[in-house]
Structures are given as structure tokens and as C-alpha cells.
Design a protein around this ligand. Structure first.
Ligand SMILES: [Zn+2]
Length: 323
């Protein structure tokens, strides 16, 4: 396992230390998924094909204890499955596989778009900039406090604009981002209705998800903004608001939460206090690491899974235990 991981480019010293640590305190790997579906284009690499997801889940089921996030870590290496955001395919394509293989999973849902025909904002930016259509030759937009002018005549220029716009919009307040999206729509000459392939869950799909014995629902804010950009009162609104809506729709208490984007820059010490105050049992980040006794239950590390075939998945997994 160590040699394999080192071959994949890790620091030998850190990994050797992890290996010793893993012997003393068996880790749980928390895997992070977003979508299970086949997409024609997926610039954020969020989708895992149903075929690869099935193979990944079957392999895990046959080889590891699969634990729920709300359980304590067990006394041997284990795996927990989580999903972020609340895409419709979570209910349509992931859930049947999880139920067939009896794999428990936690779904963190950002609630503003549930039951609407809109797309999550990063997908909408893709739709407004990267799909094939006639475009104006340049775009002028002020976002995240910074103004920008981008050439948009060619595919490569629009791809660059897309790459540069996302981090700017991530620093926007939710209402600023809405305004910027509205201006982008006008510029692209198209409306707000999203692609069928990029819908969030409907309320009915969310209820179906919540009713499954394999599923735990978790909150993931209202607008999927980076919490560190928001005032504390606004952070509270985002976290408590998404929890309340999920509790209302599912009729179940919501006891876990994950930070949108989930890097250490996407939340603050105030966010940690808020989540503590609200009594969440576990809160997930999205930086790599392992969950073991002693890990801060408010910043559980997770490992992002991509659309890997089984061979690649096994290799990545061997690295995840050590990095
Ligand atoms: Zn998210």
C-alpha cells in the first residue's frame, strides 16, 4: 500500500507517518461525490458514470465496513459515502445503486434550488459561456468587487472567461451573484431555465431520497455561497435555513452539515461556533485526510472521487489512506 502510494507521488515521510498512525488508530475514509450520471461535458469533473459508481460501491461493500457519518469511527479501516449539493441524479441514478448494494450514504443538500428549474450557479455559468451558440465578441462584468473585460469570440477565449469568472462569483454575496447571472443571461441572449441534465432534486425526489433506509440527509446552506464571504448573521441564515427546509420536507431531524466548497478558506472560526451552537453532530470539510479518533468532528476531511474505473479507483483509494 505504501509503495503504491509513493509511486503515485506522495511524500514518503508523511505517508510512513500515516501508516503508523493508521495502525494505532484505524481511519475512516469519507468519500465525496457530487453526481452519478453520464454527461457530455463536465468541466468541474463532478459526475461519476453509473457504471463506475456501481463498480466502486460493490468493491467497497466487499472489502470494507461501510459506516454512516453519524456513527463513531469503528475499530478497523472503514469508508463513509457522502454526496454534496443535491442534484436530481442523486435520487434517479445513485440511490438505486446504493439500495441494491445496501450502501449507506449521506446527502448534503443546498436547498434554494430544490424544486426549481434552475441550475446551480457554476453550472449556469457553464451553460451561459461554454455551450455552442452565437456569442457577443466580448463580455464586461464586475464581480467579486473586481471588474473584468473578456474577449469571447472564440471557444478558447470563452473557456478562459469561464475559468476566471468562477472564482470571482464565488466571492460574491448571493444577491450580487444573482445580479451577475442575470446580466450574463442577457449577454448570452438566453433565459434562466436550466438544462434537464443539470436539475437539482425536486421536492418529491428529495422526499424519496430521505425515505430510503440507506440515506441520511444533511444541510449544505441555502445558496451555496462560500460562508467566509458572509457576515455571521447571514451565515446563520444560510445554515439554519437549509436545515429547517430539509426538516420540513423530510420530516426528519437534520444533524449533519457540510461547508459549501469546503476548503479552509470557505469558512471561519465564527462558522465553527455557529455549527457548534446549532448542535450539528458532524460537519464535513472538503480537504483530504482521514477521520480517526481525535479528528475535529466539525472539520471532517473528505476525499473527492472522480469518474474512475475500478482499477484507477483502487489505486486512488490506496493513496487516500495515507494522504
Ligand atoms: Zn457543494
Amino acid at each position: 500500500m505504501l509503495l503504491e502510494a509513493i509511486r503515485m507521488g506522495g511524500s514518503p515521510l508523511l505517508m510512513a507517518a500515516r501508516l503508523v498512525q493508521n495502525r494505532l488508530s484505524p481511519p475512516t475514509l469519507i468519500l465525496l461525490y457530487h453526481r452519478v450520471t453520464n454527461l457530455e461535458s463536465d468541466p468541474q469533473l463532478l459526475a461519476v458514470s453509473p457504471r463506475n459508481f456501481f463498480d466502486q460501491m460493490r468493491y467497497l461493500k466487499e472489502n470494507f465496513p461501510l459506516v454512516r457519518l453519524e456513527q463513531a469511527p469503528v475499530d478497523k479501516p472503514a469508508v463513509a459515502i457522502t454526496f454534496d449539493d443535491g442534484y436530481a441524479d442523486n435520487a434517479l441514478e445513485a440511490l438505486p445503486i446504493l439500495e441494491e448494494l445496501q450502501v449507506p450514504a449521506t446527502f448534503f443538500v443546498a436547498t434554494d434550488l430544490i424544486g426549481t428549474d434552475r441550475e446551480f450557479w457554476w453550472d449556469e455559468v457553464e451553460r451561459l459561456l461554454l455551450l455552442e451558440r452565437e456569442y457577443p465578441t466580448f463580455l464586461e462584468l464586475t464581480a467579486g468587487g473586481e471588474g473584468g473585460r473578456w474577449e469571447t469570440a472564440t471557444v478558447a477565449q470563452r473557456a478562459r472567461c469561464y475559468r476566471e469568472l468562477l472564482p470571482l462569483l464565488r466571492r460574491d454575496l448571493p444577491e450580487q451573484r444573482e445580479e451577475h447571472l442575470a446580466r450574463l443571461r442577457l449577454w448570452a441572449g438566453t433565459g434562466a431555465v436550466g438544462r434537464e441534465t443539470h436539475r437539482a432534486l425536486s421536492v418529491e425526489q428529495l422526499r424519496r431520497l430521505a425515505a430510503s433506509p440507506e440515506v441520511t440527509l444533511g444541510a449544505h446552506t441555502l445558496s451555496h455561497s462560500s460562508l467566509s464571504v458572509l457576515q455571521v448573521s447571514r451565515q446563520r441564515e444560510e445554515i439554519a435555513g437549509s436545515r429547517a427546509r430539509l426538516e420540513q420536507w423530510s420530516g426528519k431531524p437534520i444533524e449533519v452539515f457540510s461547508y459549501p466548497f469546503g476548503t479552509r478558506d470557505d469558512y471561519t472560526a465564527e462558522t465553527l461556533s455557529l455549527c457548534r451552537e446549532m448542535g450539528f453532530a458532524r460537519t464535513c470539510s472538503a480537504f483530504p485526510g482521514q477521520w480517526r479518533s481525535g479528528t475535529d468532528p466539525q472539520q471532517l476531511p473528505r476525499q473527492v472521487v472522480r469518474d474512475w474505473d475500478l482499477h484507477t479507483f483502487k489505486k486512488r483509494l490506496s493513496r487516500f489512506w495515507l494522504s
